[in-house]
Write a protein of this length. Structure first.
Lengths: 110, 118
């Protein structure tokens, strides 16, 4: 199981772009990278997943370099409501359960 | 939007009592997970099921915890007897997993059951 490392916390201001980088040096060939968001008193919510290069959806973008040893979640123009914990996870193909780490606590200020 | 429904939302019980938490996965989802979250340990996987069959329950204390899926619309997590260290938020999640696709890890989590054992 690939271990992930991400910042414990980050601060930003409304309207800024936020990039959260996660390292996963021993990611396996068939593993996927996925990101979840969790607000207080709620369950985690799926944001985005990817295998390589770039993936974009209505919420975020995910950048994965060619060596796949890291990934960056990009949140464009954050608002106060984006204050949450963001988890980077490496999903082993074939093992569908996800192992959560400590996540990055993002605080967005006015 | 389809939701995973967990009941009860909150439960306070005395040490030694039996606790049963219920989860209604999203209709059509074939995989159900149980997680536990505490401040100290974060989110821990307890067990998961595919097509109602248990695939992995290695994260669960076997002597007091049990997880079942009596039917496709209900998953249960039972603790007997409960202990103060079981106090946590218990999350259920569901997803549709097929063997044909490369990877779909967009699971839907419920709002959790906050358990307090005194």
């Amino acid at each position: 199981l690939a271990k992930t490392t991400q910042p414990i916390s980050m601060d930003s201001y409304e309207g800024q772009e936020v990039n959260i980088t996660c390292s996963h040096n021993n990611i396996a060939t068939n593993d996927y990278i996925t990101w979840y968001q969790q607000f207080p008193s709620q369950g985690p919510r799926f944001i985005i997943q990817g295998y390589k290069t770039k993936v974009t959806n209505e919420v975020a973008s995910l950048f994965i370099p060619a060596d796949r040893k890291s990934s960056t979640l990009s949140l464009p123009r954050v608002s106060l409501s984006d204050t949450a914990v963001y988890y980077c996870l490496v999903a082993e193909r074939g093992r569908r359960a996800l192992t959560f780490g400590s996540g990055t606590r993002l605080q967005v200020q006015p | 939007d389809a939701r995973v429904t967990q009941t009860p939302r909150h439960k306070v019980t005395e040490m030694g009592q039996e606790v049963t938490m219920r989860c209604q996965p999203i209709l059509g989802h074939n995989t159900v997970f149980w997680y536990r979250q505490t401040m100290m340990q974060g989110l821990e996987l307890l067990a998961y099921f595919r097509n109602r069959a248990p695939l992995d329950d290695s994260g669960m204390p076997k002597d007091r915890f049990s997880a079942e899926m009596p039917d496709a619309t209900l998953a249960t997590l039972k603790i007997q007897p409960s202990e103060p260290r079981d106090s946590a938020v218990y999350f259920c999640a569901s997803g549709l997993v097929t063997l044909l696709e490369g990877g779909n890890y967009g699971y839907t989590f419920g709002s959790g059951t906050r358990l307090t054992v005194v």
